[in-house]
Design a protein around this ligand. Structure first.
Ligand code: SAM
Length: 285
């Protein structure tokens, strides 16, 4: 029996269900249930929330979430091999765990969840970043979720909380800090995972602000920041020239020197520029 529930230890579960980690699915499992319970606690009080867990694998974090009192967990896992292990957890916590065997990039989860909703995940890093950008850039705000508690490579976590002027500052920092309050909650060494990845990891907790810090069109801000940081060492009048025929005038109209570089510009001024671009492009068309 394990430390946090009456289910077998994860090593036994993995052996019993033949869940040898697959590199193609980015599988690095957390086997220490005290640690997964700690990650669940980083998401705050779960007793009155539905939790969306993406990529439960053998269910270490799922068990942490349920043992910490999550009202209901929806677990979306692409790997069919994990279904047996997850069904055992669902049977141990009757009515509290729903498992869906699907690609999280392709399914609509909202129909399965009742607000307030918290998202908690230890995902492969490429899928995690893609989902994060989607969760941060819906057209309307507030989003369907109240908070996100996500594991990233430590270097990605640093990019999310980076401030202007630093090397790590870029699109992720702007999108995250525009509409949420992201915080690094804990760092994990490679040995916390089986098999160990090459890099250190960190858990980032994002609380959705009731309103974005500054008004801006979500799609426009995403396009602008992606373009501005593609060549981060270039002056903005050069890196953004494909976005507008009179980009220097537009930059000046929002108080950005056309010779400035993307990493010097704060979230407020990127939002002002995204608004000005949107307005000017709609006047041109
Ligand atoms: N949550 C487990 C843990 O902490 O031990 C597993 C973490 S492992 C890093 C990532 C999990 O995400 C794997 O179980 C993998 O099969 C799953 N996964 C990968 N891509 C996915 C996708 N597109 N949709 C849903 N699950 C995915």
């Amino acid at each position: 029996m394990s430390a946090i529930d009456g289910l077998p230890p994860l090593r036994e579960v993995i052996a019993a269900h033949g869940l040898k980690a697959k590199k193609s699915l980015g599988q690095n499992f957390l086997l220490d249930l005290n640690l997964t319970a700690r990650i669940a606690r980083a998401a705050g009080d779960l007793s009155s929330a539905d939790v969306l867990e993406v990529g439960p694998g053998p269910g270490g974090l799922t068990r942490g979430l349920l043992a910490e009192g999550a009202r209901h967990v929806l677990a979306v896992e692409k790997d069919t091999r994990a279904m047996g292990a997850l069904a055992e957890i669902a049977a141990f916590y009757p009515g509290r765990l729903e498992v869906v065997n699907a690609d999280a990039l392709k399914i609509d989860v909202e129909a399965h969840l009742t607000p307030p909703i918290k998202v908690v995940a230890n995902l492969p890093y490429n899928v995690g970043t893609e989902l994060l950008v989607r969760w941060l850039t819906p057209e309307h705000w507030p989003p369907f979720w109240q908070s996100l508690t996500l594991m990233f490579q430590k270097e990605v976590a640093e990019r999310i909380v980076a401030k202007p002027g630093s090397k790590a500052y870029g699109r992720l920092a702007i999108l995250a800090q525009w509409r949420t309050d992201p915080r690094v909650m804990m760092e994990l060494p490679p040995e916390a995972f089986t098999p160990p990845p090459k890099v250190h990891s960190a858990v980032v907790h994002f609380v959705a602000l009731p309103e974005p810090r500054f008004p801006a069109p979500a799609e426009g801000l995403q396009r602008l920041t992606a373009t501005a940081f593609q060549q981060r060492r270039k002056m903005l009048r050069a890196s953004l020239k494909g976005l507008h025929p009179e980009i220097s005038d537009l930059l000046e109209s929002v108080g950005i020197p056309p010779t400035a570089r993307a990493e010097e510009i704060d979230v407020e001024r990127f939002c002002a520029l995204a608004r000005a671009l949107d307005e000017s492009v709609s006047r041109l068309t």
